[in-house]
Design a protein around this ligand. Structure first.
Ligand code: KG4
Ligand code: ZN
Length: 351
Protein backbone atom coordinates (compact mmCIF):
# COMPACT_ATOMS: atom_id res chain seq x y z
CA UNK A 1 0.00 0.00 0.00
CA UNK A 2 1.43 3.38 -1.09
CA UNK A 3 0.32 6.45 0.88
CA UNK A 4 0.82 10.00 -0.33
CA UNK A 5 1.43 12.20 2.74
CA UNK A 6 0.88 15.96 2.89
CA UNK A 7 2.23 18.18 5.70
CA UNK A 8 1.68 21.95 5.99
CA UNK A 9 1.23 22.51 9.74
CA UNK A 10 3.83 25.26 10.12
CA UNK A 11 6.46 26.57 7.73
CA UNK A 12 7.57 23.53 5.74
CA UNK A 13 5.57 22.42 2.71
CA UNK A 14 6.08 18.70 2.36
CA UNK A 15 4.76 15.71 0.43
CA UNK A 16 5.98 12.12 0.50
CA UNK A 17 5.17 8.63 -0.70
CA UNK A 18 5.63 5.81 1.81
CA UNK A 19 5.01 2.09 1.16
CA UNK A 20 3.36 -0.02 3.88
CA UNK A 21 4.07 2.57 6.56
CA UNK A 22 7.80 1.79 6.51
CA UNK A 23 9.54 2.35 3.16
CA UNK A 24 10.03 5.98 2.19
CA UNK A 25 9.91 6.20 -1.60
CA UNK A 26 10.14 10.01 -1.64
CA UNK A 27 10.07 12.86 0.87
CA UNK A 28 10.07 16.38 -0.59
CA UNK A 29 10.40 19.26 1.90
CA UNK A 30 10.21 22.89 0.73
CA UNK A 31 11.48 25.08 3.54
CA UNK A 32 10.24 28.65 4.00
CA UNK A 33 13.01 29.67 6.40
CA UNK A 34 14.38 32.37 4.09
CA UNK A 35 10.96 34.04 3.87
CA UNK A 36 10.52 34.20 7.65
CA UNK A 37 14.12 35.01 8.60
CA UNK A 38 13.78 38.80 8.28
CA UNK A 39 10.97 38.69 10.89
CA UNK A 40 12.81 36.46 13.39
CA UNK A 41 9.96 33.92 13.47
CA UNK A 42 7.20 32.31 11.43
CA UNK A 43 4.67 34.83 10.02
CA UNK A 44 1.41 32.86 9.59
CA UNK A 45 0.13 34.85 6.60
CA UNK A 46 3.40 34.39 4.71
CA UNK A 47 3.42 30.69 5.62
CA UNK A 48 -0.08 29.94 4.31
CA UNK A 49 0.39 31.93 1.10
CA UNK A 50 3.63 30.10 0.44
CA UNK A 51 1.97 26.70 1.04
CA UNK A 52 -0.71 27.62 -1.52
CA UNK A 53 1.97 28.55 -4.04
CA UNK A 54 4.27 25.55 -3.74
CA UNK A 55 2.14 22.62 -2.53
CA UNK A 56 0.90 21.45 -5.98
CA UNK A 57 4.48 21.30 -7.30
CA UNK A 58 5.75 19.59 -4.12
CA UNK A 59 3.07 16.88 -4.46
CA UNK A 60 3.86 16.32 -8.15
CA UNK A 61 7.56 16.06 -7.32
CA UNK A 62 6.94 13.55 -4.48
CA UNK A 63 4.98 11.30 -6.84
CA UNK A 64 7.59 11.61 -9.60
CA UNK A 65 10.58 10.99 -7.30
CA UNK A 66 8.85 7.89 -5.91
CA UNK A 67 8.59 6.57 -9.49
CA UNK A 68 4.86 6.15 -8.98
CA UNK A 69 1.74 7.34 -10.79
CA UNK A 70 -1.58 8.39 -9.28
CA UNK A 71 -2.87 4.90 -10.12
CA UNK A 72 -0.30 3.42 -7.72
CA UNK A 73 -1.30 5.69 -4.81
CA UNK A 74 -3.70 3.85 -2.49
CA UNK A 75 -4.53 6.59 0.01
CA UNK A 76 -3.86 10.24 0.86
CA UNK A 77 -2.82 11.24 4.38
CA UNK A 78 -2.68 14.78 5.75
CA UNK A 79 -1.92 16.61 9.00
CA UNK A 80 -5.03 18.19 10.56
CA UNK A 81 -3.41 19.50 13.76
CA UNK A 82 -1.83 20.84 15.85
CA UNK A 83 -0.26 23.79 14.04
CA UNK A 84 -1.07 27.17 12.52
CA UNK A 85 -4.75 27.27 11.50
CA UNK A 86 -4.18 28.96 8.15
CA UNK A 87 -1.27 26.65 7.27
CA UNK A 88 -3.14 23.47 8.26
CA UNK A 89 -6.11 24.54 6.12
CA UNK A 90 -4.03 24.64 2.95
CA UNK A 91 -2.87 21.01 3.24
CA UNK A 92 -6.20 19.74 4.53
CA UNK A 93 -8.24 21.39 1.76
CA UNK A 94 -5.82 20.12 -0.88
CA UNK A 95 -5.93 16.57 0.52
CA UNK A 96 -9.73 16.50 0.75
CA UNK A 97 -10.07 17.84 -2.78
CA UNK A 98 -7.52 15.38 -4.17
CA UNK A 99 -9.09 12.42 -2.35
CA UNK A 100 -12.47 13.21 -3.89
CA UNK A 101 -11.05 13.97 -7.33
CA UNK A 102 -8.88 10.87 -7.67
CA UNK A 103 -11.23 8.68 -5.55
CA UNK A 104 -8.72 7.59 -2.91
CA UNK A 105 -9.36 7.09 0.80
CA UNK A 106 -8.33 10.02 3.02
CA UNK A 107 -6.56 9.74 6.38
CA UNK A 108 -6.27 12.71 8.78
CA UNK A 109 -3.19 12.53 11.01
CA UNK A 110 -2.14 14.12 14.31
CA UNK A 111 1.20 15.86 13.62
CA UNK A 112 2.65 15.04 17.05
CA UNK A 113 1.74 11.37 16.81
CA UNK A 114 3.54 11.40 13.46
CA UNK A 115 6.70 12.76 15.16
CA UNK A 116 6.40 9.82 17.61
CA UNK A 117 6.23 7.45 14.63
CA UNK A 118 9.18 9.03 12.76
CA UNK A 119 11.91 6.62 14.08
CA UNK A 120 10.11 3.72 12.38
CA UNK A 121 10.82 5.18 8.92
CA UNK A 122 14.43 4.03 9.21
CA UNK A 123 15.04 0.65 7.54
CA UNK A 124 15.96 -2.09 9.98
CA UNK A 125 14.14 -0.56 12.94
CA UNK A 126 11.74 -2.92 14.71
CA UNK A 127 8.07 -2.15 14.13
CA UNK A 128 6.07 0.01 16.56
CA UNK A 129 4.03 -3.10 17.44
CA UNK A 130 7.23 -4.86 18.57
CA UNK A 131 8.40 -2.11 20.94
CA UNK A 132 5.14 -1.18 22.71
CA UNK A 133 4.63 -0.32 25.49
CA UNK A 134 7.36 2.29 25.36
CA UNK A 135 8.09 5.95 26.12
CA UNK A 136 8.29 8.73 23.52
CA UNK A 137 9.90 12.16 23.80
CA UNK A 138 8.76 14.76 21.25
CA UNK A 139 10.87 17.92 21.16
CA UNK A 140 10.03 20.57 18.59
CA UNK A 141 9.62 24.29 18.09
CA UNK A 142 6.07 24.25 19.42
CA UNK A 143 5.92 21.19 21.68
CA UNK A 144 7.87 19.31 24.30
CA UNK A 145 6.15 16.25 25.68
CA UNK A 146 6.61 12.77 27.10
CA UNK A 147 4.19 10.01 26.20
CA UNK A 148 3.61 6.43 27.13
CA UNK A 149 2.83 4.57 23.91
CA UNK A 150 0.69 1.60 24.99
CA UNK A 151 0.04 0.31 21.47
CA UNK A 152 0.21 1.80 17.97
CA UNK A 153 -3.36 3.04 18.48
CA UNK A 154 -3.15 4.19 22.08
CA UNK A 155 -0.86 6.64 23.84
CA UNK A 156 -1.20 8.83 26.91
CA UNK A 157 0.45 12.10 27.81
CA UNK A 158 2.73 11.85 30.85
CA UNK A 159 4.28 15.32 30.89
CA UNK A 160 4.69 18.45 28.79
CA UNK A 161 6.11 21.93 28.97
CA UNK A 162 4.08 24.40 30.96
CA UNK A 163 5.51 27.40 29.09
CA UNK A 164 8.08 27.44 26.25
CA UNK A 165 8.93 24.40 24.14
CA UNK A 166 12.56 23.24 23.99
CA UNK A 167 12.84 24.60 20.43
CA UNK A 168 11.52 27.97 21.60
CA UNK A 169 14.14 27.99 24.35
CA UNK A 170 16.82 27.49 21.68
CA UNK A 171 15.30 30.08 19.34
CA UNK A 172 14.71 32.75 22.02
CA UNK A 173 18.17 32.20 23.52
CA UNK A 174 19.71 32.51 20.06
CA UNK A 175 17.80 35.71 19.47
CA UNK A 176 19.17 37.23 22.71
CA UNK A 177 22.64 36.26 21.47
CA UNK A 178 21.99 37.71 17.97
CA UNK A 179 22.53 34.33 16.32
CA UNK A 180 19.69 34.76 13.82
CA UNK A 181 16.63 32.62 13.11
CA UNK A 182 16.05 29.76 13.57
CA UNK A 183 18.47 29.61 16.47
CA UNK A 184 18.63 25.87 17.15
CA UNK A 185 21.15 24.95 14.44
CA UNK A 186 23.43 27.93 15.28
CA UNK A 187 23.34 27.09 19.00
CA UNK A 188 24.19 23.47 18.15
CA UNK A 189 27.25 24.51 16.08
CA UNK A 190 28.61 26.93 18.69
CA UNK A 191 27.75 24.63 21.60
CA UNK A 192 30.17 22.03 20.22
CA UNK A 193 33.18 24.28 20.80
CA UNK A 194 32.19 25.92 24.11
CA UNK A 195 32.53 24.76 27.72
CA UNK A 196 29.12 23.61 29.02
CA UNK A 197 30.22 24.19 32.63
CA UNK A 198 31.26 27.83 32.21
CA UNK A 199 27.93 29.42 33.27
CA UNK A 200 25.64 27.81 35.89
CA UNK A 201 22.25 28.39 34.27
CA UNK A 202 19.23 27.18 36.30
CA UNK A 203 17.73 23.73 35.74
CA UNK A 204 14.01 24.31 36.34
CA UNK A 205 12.71 22.15 39.18
CA UNK A 206 9.32 20.47 38.98
CA UNK A 207 7.01 23.36 38.11
CA UNK A 208 4.17 24.53 40.34
CA UNK A 209 0.66 23.45 39.45
CA UNK A 210 -0.79 25.16 36.39
CA UNK A 211 -3.54 24.58 33.85
CA UNK A 212 -1.16 22.85 31.40
CA UNK A 213 -0.23 20.38 34.12
CA UNK A 214 -3.67 19.09 34.98
CA UNK A 215 -3.48 15.37 35.68
CA UNK A 216 0.24 15.26 34.84
CA UNK A 217 3.09 14.38 37.21
CA UNK A 218 5.06 17.52 38.11
CA UNK A 219 8.37 15.68 37.84
CA UNK A 220 7.62 14.79 34.20
CA UNK A 221 6.75 18.37 33.16
CA UNK A 222 9.12 20.97 31.72
CA UNK A 223 9.55 24.71 32.12
CA UNK A 224 12.00 26.66 29.97
CA UNK A 225 10.89 30.28 30.26
CA UNK A 226 13.02 30.93 33.37
CA UNK A 227 16.13 29.80 31.53
CA UNK A 228 15.65 32.41 28.83
CA UNK A 229 15.25 35.10 31.54
CA UNK A 230 18.39 33.82 33.27
CA UNK A 231 20.30 34.25 29.99
CA UNK A 232 18.95 37.79 29.62
CA UNK A 233 20.16 38.74 33.13
CA UNK A 234 23.48 36.97 32.61
CA UNK A 235 24.10 38.97 29.43
CA UNK A 236 23.21 42.22 31.21
CA UNK A 237 25.66 41.47 34.03
CA UNK A 238 28.35 39.97 31.77
CA UNK A 239 28.05 41.38 28.24
CA UNK A 240 29.97 39.35 25.67
CA UNK A 241 32.64 41.62 24.12
CA UNK A 242 32.28 42.04 20.35
CA UNK A 243 34.29 39.38 18.55
CA UNK A 244 34.86 37.24 21.67
CA UNK A 245 33.90 34.00 19.93
CA UNK A 246 35.25 31.78 22.71
CA UNK A 247 33.13 33.51 25.37
CA UNK A 248 30.05 33.34 23.11
CA UNK A 249 30.59 29.61 22.57
CA UNK A 250 30.92 29.05 26.34
CA UNK A 251 27.62 30.82 27.05
CA UNK A 252 25.87 28.90 24.24
CA UNK A 253 27.27 25.53 25.41
CA UNK A 254 26.14 26.25 29.00
CA UNK A 255 22.67 27.34 27.92
CA UNK A 256 22.32 24.28 25.66
CA UNK A 257 23.47 22.01 28.49
CA UNK A 258 20.75 23.40 30.78
CA UNK A 259 18.07 22.52 28.18
CA UNK A 260 19.53 19.07 27.53
CA UNK A 261 19.92 18.31 31.27
CA UNK A 262 16.24 19.01 31.90
CA UNK A 263 15.16 16.91 28.89
CA UNK A 264 17.32 14.01 30.11
CA UNK A 265 16.14 14.29 33.72
CA UNK A 266 12.41 14.07 32.86
CA UNK A 267 12.97 11.37 30.23
CA UNK A 268 14.95 9.18 32.61
CA UNK A 269 12.17 9.47 35.20
CA UNK A 270 9.52 8.57 32.61
CA UNK A 271 11.55 5.53 31.53
CA UNK A 272 11.10 3.74 34.86
CA UNK A 273 9.89 0.23 34.03
CA UNK A 274 10.26 0.70 30.25
CA UNK A 275 12.87 -0.59 27.82
CA UNK A 276 12.40 1.46 24.64
CA UNK A 277 12.60 5.20 24.09
CA UNK A 278 11.40 6.90 20.88
CA UNK A 279 12.66 10.43 20.15
CA UNK A 280 11.52 12.80 17.39
CA UNK A 281 10.89 16.46 16.53
CA UNK A 282 13.14 19.24 15.22
CA UNK A 283 15.14 19.61 18.45
CA UNK A 284 16.12 15.93 18.29
CA UNK A 285 18.54 17.08 15.57
CA UNK A 286 20.60 18.65 18.34
CA UNK A 287 23.92 16.84 18.48
CA UNK A 288 24.46 17.32 22.22
CA UNK A 289 20.96 15.95 22.97
CA UNK A 290 21.57 12.98 20.68
CA UNK A 291 24.94 12.22 22.29
CA UNK A 292 23.53 12.48 25.83
CA UNK A 293 20.55 10.27 24.94
CA UNK A 294 22.88 7.69 23.39
CA UNK A 295 25.13 7.69 26.47
CA UNK A 296 22.12 7.31 28.78
CA UNK A 297 20.64 4.49 26.69
CA UNK A 298 23.97 2.63 26.64
CA UNK A 299 24.46 2.92 30.40
CA UNK A 300 20.86 2.05 31.30
CA UNK A 301 20.53 -0.79 28.77
CA UNK A 302 17.69 0.94 26.94
CA UNK A 303 16.78 0.60 23.28
CA UNK A 304 16.90 4.13 21.86
CA UNK A 305 15.08 4.75 18.58
CA UNK A 306 16.08 8.24 17.45
CA UNK A 307 14.49 9.67 14.32
CA UNK A 308 16.96 9.91 11.45
CA UNK A 309 18.05 13.52 10.78
CA UNK A 310 15.88 13.86 7.64
CA UNK A 311 12.79 12.78 9.61
CA UNK A 312 13.37 14.97 12.72
CA UNK A 313 11.98 18.26 11.42
CA UNK A 314 8.55 18.59 9.89
CA UNK A 315 8.14 16.20 6.95
CA UNK A 316 5.36 14.36 5.16
CA UNK A 317 7.03 10.92 5.31
CA UNK A 318 6.06 10.63 8.98
CA UNK A 319 2.45 11.53 8.07
CA UNK A 320 2.26 8.93 5.29
CA UNK A 321 4.09 6.42 7.51
CA UNK A 322 1.66 6.69 10.40
CA UNK A 323 -1.33 6.43 8.04
CA UNK A 324 0.24 3.46 6.23
CA UNK A 325 0.58 1.74 9.59
CA UNK A 326 -3.20 2.05 9.98
CA UNK A 327 -3.39 4.94 12.45
CA UNK A 328 -5.22 8.27 12.04
CA UNK A 329 -8.83 9.08 11.16
CA UNK A 330 -10.08 7.43 7.98
CA UNK A 331 -12.99 7.66 5.55
CA UNK A 332 -15.94 9.86 6.43
CA UNK A 333 -14.29 10.83 9.75
CA UNK A 334 -11.33 12.26 7.82
CA UNK A 335 -13.46 14.04 5.22
CA UNK A 336 -15.48 15.70 7.99
CA UNK A 337 -12.52 16.79 10.11
CA UNK A 338 -11.56 20.46 10.42
CA UNK A 339 -8.13 21.94 11.00
CA UNK A 340 -7.46 21.69 14.75
CA UNK A 341 -4.68 24.13 15.74
CA UNK A 342 -4.69 22.94 19.38
CA UNK A 343 -5.18 19.22 18.80
CA UNK A 344 -3.73 17.44 21.87
CA UNK A 345 -1.14 14.75 21.25
CA UNK A 346 -3.01 12.19 23.36
CA UNK A 347 -5.26 12.03 26.40
CA UNK A 348 -3.61 12.67 29.77
CA UNK A 349 -2.68 9.47 31.51
CA UNK A 350 -1.01 8.43 34.74
CA UNK A 351 2.31 6.65 34.95
O1 KG4 B 1 9.78 19.89 14.53
P1 KG4 B 1 10.18 21.20 13.94
O2 KG4 B 1 10.87 21.20 12.60
O3 KG4 B 1 8.96 22.15 13.80
C1 KG4 B 1 7.94 22.19 14.74
O4 KG4 B 1 7.00 21.35 14.65
O5 KG4 B 1 8.06 23.05 15.64
O6 KG4 B 1 11.13 21.93 15.02
C2 KG4 B 1 11.70 23.19 14.79
C3 KG4 B 1 12.55 23.56 15.99
C4 KG4 B 1 13.06 25.00 15.96
O7 KG4 B 1 12.81 25.58 17.23
C5 KG4 B 1 14.56 24.84 15.71
O8 KG4 B 1 15.35 25.87 16.27
C6 KG4 B 1 14.83 23.53 16.40
O9 KG4 B 1 13.71 22.72 16.06
N1 KG4 B 1 16.08 22.91 15.93
C7 KG4 B 1 17.14 22.67 16.71
C8 KG4 B 1 18.15 22.13 15.88
N2 KG4 B 1 17.65 22.07 14.62
C9 KG4 B 1 16.38 22.55 14.66
N3 KG4 B 1 17.33 22.86 18.03
C10 KG4 B 1 18.51 22.53 18.53
N4 KG4 B 1 19.53 22.02 17.81
C11 KG4 B 1 19.39 21.79 16.49
N5 KG4 B 1 20.40 21.28 15.77
ZN1 ZN C 1 6.69 19.30 14.13
Amino acid sequence: MNVLGIETSCDETSAAVVRLGRTVLSNVVASQIEQHRPYGGVVPEIASRSHVRVLPGVIAEAIARANTTWAQIDAIAVTYGPGLASSLLVGLSMAKGLALAVRKPLCAVNHLQAHVYSPFLTPGTPSIEEVCPCIALVVSGGHTCLLRVESPDRACLLGQTIDDAAGEAFDKGASLLNLGYPGGPAMDRLGKIGDPASVAFPRARAPRAGSRMEGLAADLCFSFSGLKTALLYHLKAHPIPDGDAARLADVVASYQEAIVDVLLDRTEKAMTGHHTLLVGGGVSLNSRLRARLQAYAASAGIRLLLAEARFCGDNAAMIAGLAGNGQGLWGADALRVDAEPNLPVAPVGGR
